[in-house]
Structure formats: structure tokens, C-alpha cells
Design a binder for this molecule. Structure first.
Ligand code: NAD
Length: 258
């Protein structure tokens, strides 16, 4: 086993996952990046290597149980053990309920919910084997506390993430494995570009208007950066959060308060 703590982050080729990986590397973790998009993954790995970050990578699809198991194995093969596993990968869908297609609904749940379940299973099994405890951290959302129009299916997947976060916390507490989730608000990533495009299509808005409309409701007066999310995930990955488990916490600049 190496001396560095090891964090595995899914969907870390870009966006929030990349921001989290950068922050955890700064905190002293060796990081294992994983994404289904090989091109963005390799570009980010190169960027990290050029900054002398201790990094390994794995191309995988979180909705395939065997990929999640193989990701954990690859991390262990490379660094000897894992301490933190972050189920960050997720996809969105913009549609009124009347237009939700079965295949799209299935895909959304396969990635956002099944993927999180497979990630929890693979990470917890390894942490149990190590006997070291560990931290499992899931990407939830403000939409996991309050459903939004045009994002009904997406919101439902994030409600499910909150449920698995609570149940995993209870089931794995005996192994000193905690499970918590971060709930971002409006982060200007590729995901929000696509949500904006989808809302434009259905609501007759101009490009960028949906993003602006949502941003108007933020108490702190600005949309967020991946680093805003990563600051909180840094805490969840650190010993300072050892007594916290089963929580899905808003980090949204003030949008949703329940
Ligand atoms: P993004 O689309 O910018 O990046 C997501 C990354 O995940 C991409 O690199 C993509 O290739 C990868 N990915 C997608 N499906 C995958 C799969 N099946 N297997 C492996 N990798 C996969 O998204 P983001 O904005 O960075 O979002 C990250 C997480 O944060 C998601 O779970 C999202 O639901 C959540 N979130 C985002 C926002 C926001 O405003 N952007 C708000 C709340 C929650």
C-alpha cells in the first residue's frame, strides 16, 4: 500500500469531476480519473501529469457494473488501495413529462442511479476488504431536493441518489465507511450548456436565456464554478467529515433551502 490517500472520481474528464480531482490532488491525494469519453479523459490526464499530479486513469461507463468493478481494481493495481470514491458521472435530460421517451428515461436511470449503485458496491467491497474504512461521495443536486419543471426525470434520478446515500450510510457504518452527497446548483459546465439548449427548444427562449433565468434566483448573485463544489467535496473527503454520514448537502449559492 502506498502512503498517499487515493481518490477515484468518475466523470472526471471535464466539468465538476475534473474540478474535484484538481482540488483533491492539491489536498495531497493520488487521483484516479475515469470517464467514458476517452478524448477528454486523456487530455485531462496529460494536463494533470504536466502539473506533476500523481494520476492514473480508466476508461469506463458507470452504468456497466463490470466497469465499476474494473475501475476500483485498476485503482488498486496502480496505487495499492482506495480511500475515497466519488460517484460524480451523470447525465441530464430536458423534456416536459409528456415527451419523456422510454429509452431516454431508461438511459438516465442507468447512468445516474444504477451507476451510483454499482459504484457504491465496488468501492465498499474494496474498502471492506482493506479494513480501512473509507468515504463514498455521490453527486446529487438541488434537483435531488426539489424537482424542477422540464427536468422531471433528472430530478427523480437525483432523489434516488439521496435515498441510496442515506441507505449506504446505514449499511456501511459498521465498516467505518461514510456516504455523503454534494448538491450543486447552477454550474456553468457542458451539462448546463445542454440544459440551456433543451429549454430554449421547448420554451421558445434565446440561447443562454434559460441559464440566465435560473441564475437570477441565486442569493449570492452568481452562478457557480466547479471549484465552488470541489471546496465542499474536499471537506467530505477529509477526516474533518468523519462524524458525518448519510447527508446530501446543498452547495448552491442559495437557491434551495430544504
Ligand atoms: P458534464 O457533462 O460537464 O461532465 C460529466 C462527465 O461525465 C463527462 O466528462 C462525461 O463524459 C462523463 N460521463 C457521462 N456519462 C458517463 C458514464 N455513463 N460513464 C462514465 N462517464 C460518464 O457534467 P457536470 O456538470 O460536470 O456534472 C457532474 C455531476 O454533477 C453530474 O452527476 C451532475 O448531474 C451533477 N450536477 C451538475 C450540476 C450543474 O449545474 N452542472 C448541478 C447539479 C448536479
Amino acid at each position: 500500500m502506498g502512503t498517499k490517500r487515493v481518490a477515484v472520481i468518475t466523470g472526471s474528464g471535464q466539468g465538476i469531476g475534473k474540478g474535484i480531482a484538481q482540488r483533491l490532488a492539491k489536498d495531497g491525494f493520488a487521483v484516479v480519473l475515469s470517464d467514458r469519453d476517452e478524448k477528454v479523459l486523456q487530455a485531462t490526464v496529460q494536463e494533470f501529469k504536466s502539473q506533476n499530479i500523481e494520476v492514473a486513469s480508466f476508461i469506463g461507463d458507470v452504468s456497466r457494473q463490470e466497469d465499476q468493478t474494473a475501475l476500483v481494481q485498476a485503482a488498486v493495481d496502480h496505487f495499492g488501495s482506495i480511500n475515497v470514491f466519488i460517484n460524480n458521472a451523470g447525465i441530464e435530460q430536458v423534456a416536459p413529462i409528456a415527451n419523456i421517451k422510454p429509452a431516454e428515461l431508461e438511459k438516465l436511470f442507468q447512468v445516474n442511479v444504477f451507476g451510483v449503485v454499482y459504484g457504491i458496491q465496488a468501492a465498499a467491497a474494496q474498502m471492506q476488504k482493506q479494513g480501512t474504512g473509507g468515504k463514498i461521495i455521490n453527486a446529487c443536486s438541488i434537483a435531488g431536493h426539489q424537482a424542477f419543471t422540464m427536468l422531471a426525470a433528472y430530478s427523480a434520478t437525483k432523489f434516488a441518489v439521496r435515498a441510496f446515500t442515506q441507505a449506504a450510510a446505514q449499511e456501511y457504518a459498521k465498516d467505518k465507511i461514510t456516504c455523503n452527497a454534494y448538491c450543486p446548483g447552477i454550474v456553468g459546465t457542458g451539462m448546463w450548456e445542454r440544459i440551456d439548449a433543451g429549454m430554449v427548444e421547448y420554451m421558445g427562449l434565446k440561447k443562454g436565456e434559460a441559464f440566465e433565468k435560473f441564475a437570477e434566483g441565486i442569493a449570492l448573485g452568481r452562478t457557480q464554478e466547479p471549484a465552488d463544489v470541489a471546496n465542499f467535496v474536499s471537506y467530505l473527503a477529509s477526516p474533518d467529515s468523519d462524524y458525518m454520514t448519510g447527508q446530501s448537502v446543498m452547495i448552491d449559492g442559495g437557491i434551495v433551502y430544504n
